[in-house]
Design a protein around this ligand. Structure first.
Ligand code: COI
Length: 354
């Protein structure tokens, strides 16, 4: 593995007030960059001061969207140690996304070292407050200057980090979601299970409409029958119906979330029944009418565990659990964030110390 070059900034930035972090608005002092060419593979790894990059206007990512990204977080433990949460899962998923987008994969150990070194250098950007964290965004873009539609021969891998608070402006209060029945996010065989910018770009119009109607997120239905629940804009989704927790099964068009997987593992560890299966939107609204829809929540790195207090589908608007955080959502939130922050035991071995 080649030597990692480090050039430190001589103008460290002013750190933002931790009360006003929001999500993804501030960036730390440094970033990691590496290049790929078909002759050299991944090379020229370096950590340099955070700043603009230069791209040829014909760089392929700007025209055909060949890009993948990841999202993970670093936390400060009680002893001042730096904790990552299941980074191996994100790195594996990044390589699966690369495979789907025709992008060369990365050596997992190399990427983990790059992330760890960057976070270590910018460790004083990890927020102090327990509800905040340092969000880590690795991404790869196609940089070859060419307008032909084919795989680029050149790429850049960049890692940036951002001190963040709660993803939603409502903080940890339950969010309201809007079932999208006109547009779809993904279809089986498409790119739905890859973490790539194109899935998010195609969701923006519906997201804006949901916002206009006073909802914070869109709930996507499957792209074929527009009947089965897939995921929410930036989260996977779970429901508690008559004592059982259910979540849409991974079908090729749903993002395989790391928090989703952790929630399923934790529920099983607690002995709470959890099933991955197809869930139709009719079934869900019927369960609500019968008084059986007890809780709903989203899961994601950015959103952590986000209770859902209200849903709208066509003309029906429902409130879930009186619009309050449910018992399982609350317990999962406390447990998963407690493990991430090093405050609770880690029975499933999820913490990775830098
Ligand atoms: C994450 O949870 O890390 C995500 O990637 C969601 C993001 C699009 C905000």
């Amino acid at each position: 593995m080649e030597q990692l070059q480090v050039i430190r900034t001589n103008q460290p930035k002013h750190k933002p007030n931790e009360d006003e972090l929001g999500f993804g608005k501030y960036f730390s002092d440094h970033m990691f960059v590496a290049e790929y060419s078909s002759e050299k593979g991944w090379h020229d790894s370096r950590i340099i001061p955070y700043g603009p990059i230069s791209l040829d206007p014909s760089a392929m990512v700007l025209h055909y969207g060949q890009e993948v990204f990841e999202g993970m977080k670093a936390y400060r433990g009680a002893e001042g140690d730096i904790i990552l949460f299941r980074p191996d899962m994100n790195i594996r998923r990044m390589n699966r996304s690369c495979d789907r987008l025709g992008i060369p994969q990365v050596e997992p150990e190399w990427l983990l070292q790059a992330i760890s070194k960057l976070v270590e250098i910018d460790h004083d950007w990890i927020p102090q407050r327990v509800e905040n964290s340092l969000y880590i965004r690795p991404f790869i873009i196609a940089t070859e200057p060419c307008l032909g539609v084919r795989a680029s021969q050149e790429y850049k891998l960049i890692i940036i980090t951002s001190p963040v608070g709660a993803y939603y402006s409502s903080g940890l209060a339950p969010v309201s979601i809007y079932v999208e029945d006109q547009y779809v996010r993904a279809v089986r065989g498409g790119t739905g299970e890859a973490k790539t910018s194109i899935n998010y770009a195609s969701s923006i119009k519906a997201q804006e409409e949901a916002k206009r109607q006073g909802y914070s997120q869109v709930l996507w239905l499957d792209g074929v029958e527009q009947r089965y629940i897939e995921e929410v804009g930036s989260m996977n989704v779970f429901f508690k119906v008559a004592g059982e927790v259910i979540t849409p099964e991974l079908n090729g068009s749903i993002l395989p979330g790391v928090t989703r997987d952790s929630v399923i593992m934790m529920l099983k560890h607690w002995g709470i029944p959890v099933t991955e299966r197809k869930i139709s939107v009719e079934e869900l609204f019927e369960a609500h009418q019968q008084g059986k829809l007890e809780e709903a929540f989203g899961t994601g790195t950015a959103a952590v565990i986000s209770p859902i207090g209200a849903m709208k589908w066509e003309e029906q608007s429902i409130e879930i659990n009186g619009g309050n955080t449910g018992e399982i959502s609350g317990r999962l939130y406390d447990t998963i964030t407690g493990i991430q922050q090093g405050k609770l035991a880690d029975p499933l071995n999820w913490r990775h110390l830098i």
